[in-house]
Design a protein around this ligand. Structure first.
Ligand code: NAD
Length: 317
């Protein structure tokens, strides 16, 4: 039975990945310090092959027994979290990634880094291919996240080239699905929460900035395809359908049957104007592409999540 370690396994994406790995017949060790994740994300997992280890990955990481895969997902990920935890975000990108790579090296495991479309910054190339080097402001407020991930990518390639570690890098574009937190500040959970309460949907700027949204089940299939491939170069995984934020807000109002209106607020600093993955590499190397469009994906999210979770409780009140 292969063993997978998932750092950040009690988070939104990590918990879906743990479930997928168990379905694939893996023993799964979920390593998380519950900074932004929660035990409620994994409490439904009743499987003897699953273990939870409460550990901060910025500290030395050692586990008994053989390990075949290390999926490094631990990191604050939503703007609200990394703006609240700027130093921790940089430390997780640096020490956390060192420790996870060290574990993979010691165990001779395949290592997969959860990187992000944020490495492209506010892109001057559209859509974004993996060959694009990005346009990131290192000293802006978002720099703590973007540069942590860029450093983590550089570190991953160094461990691969110099230490011979079998590595992979997935550049994840905006993903949504059950277990996102209602108050994590990202567009989809925020709009859904506001729509269900008939409150105004808050769109930043004039809403003309674009994003592409991938349903979580599609993302996990892509990550699994990458993990089980021999690919070392970064691969974009995301949904290339592109929507303006205004279109997204309108879709959410229609799908929830809400009475909400839309209000406009000032744009956050260095907010990217456009975001859309070029997924040719994933198609060619992994035979992967997303299957779930935005409307079906939003319906799945609404069906699979209890109303009280979608509305949530404001952690700052
Ligand atoms: P999340 O906040 O739900 O999950 C992150 C998890 O990491 C949490 O469970 C948190 O407690 C844990 N964690 C943070 N610091 C830790 C530490 N020092 N030690 C141990 N655990 C720690 O976020 P998510 O959306 O599931 O993101 C998971 C990964 O995917 C992140 O690396 C993120 O950068 C990446 N990613 C996510 C998206 C997305 O759309 N959700 C997009 C691009 C990249």
């Amino acid at each position: 039975m292969p063993t997978s370690v998932v750092t950040g396994g009690a988070g939104f994406l990590g918990s879906h990945l743990c479930e997928h790995l168990l379905r694939e017949g893996h023993r799964v060790i979920c390593v998380d310090n519950l900074d932004t994740g929660s035990l409620t994300n994994i409490e439904q997992i009743r499987d003897e092959a699953f273990a939870f280890v409460n550990h901060d990955v910025t500290r030395h990481l050692d586990l008994p027994g053989p390990v075949d895969f290390v999926f490094h997902f631990a990191s604050p990920a939503s703007p609200i979290d990394y703006l609240r935890l700027p130093l921790h975000t940089l430390k997780v990108g640096a020490y956390g990634t060192h420790n996870a790579l060290g574990l993979a090296k010691f165990k001779r495991a395949r290592f997969l880094l959860a990187s992000t479309s944020e490495v492209y910054g506010d892109p001057l190339e559209h859509p974004q291919r993996e060959t694009y080097w990005g346009n990131v402001n290192p000293i802006g407020p978002r720099g703590v996240y973007d540069e942590a991930k860029r450093y983590a990518e550089a570190l991953t390639m160094a461990y691969h080239r110099q230490q011979g570690v079998d590595t992979a890098i997935v550049r994840i574009f905006n993903t949504y699905g059950p277990r996102m937190r209602a108050f994590d500040g990202r567009a989809i959970p925020t709009f859904i929460r506001q729509a269900l309460l008939d409150q105004s949907l808050t769109v930043f700027g004039d809403g003309s900035q674009t994003r592409s949204f991938c349903y979580v089940d599609d993302l996990i299939v892509g990550i699994w395809a990458l993990a089980t491939s021999g690919v070392h170069d970064p691969v974009n995984i995301g949904n290339p359908e592109e929507f303006t934020l205004l279109e997204l807000a309108t879709r959410v109002i229609e799908l929830t049957g809400s009475q909400s209106s839309i209000v406009f607020e000032s744009l956050p600093e260095n907010d990217p104007q456009q975001r859309r993955p070029d997924i040719s590499r994933a198609r060619e190397l992994l035979g992967w592409e997303p299957l779930t469009g935005l409307d079906p994906g939003l319906r799945l999210l609404l069906e699979r999540t209890a109303r009280h979770e979608l509305i949530g409780r404001n952690p700052t009140v």
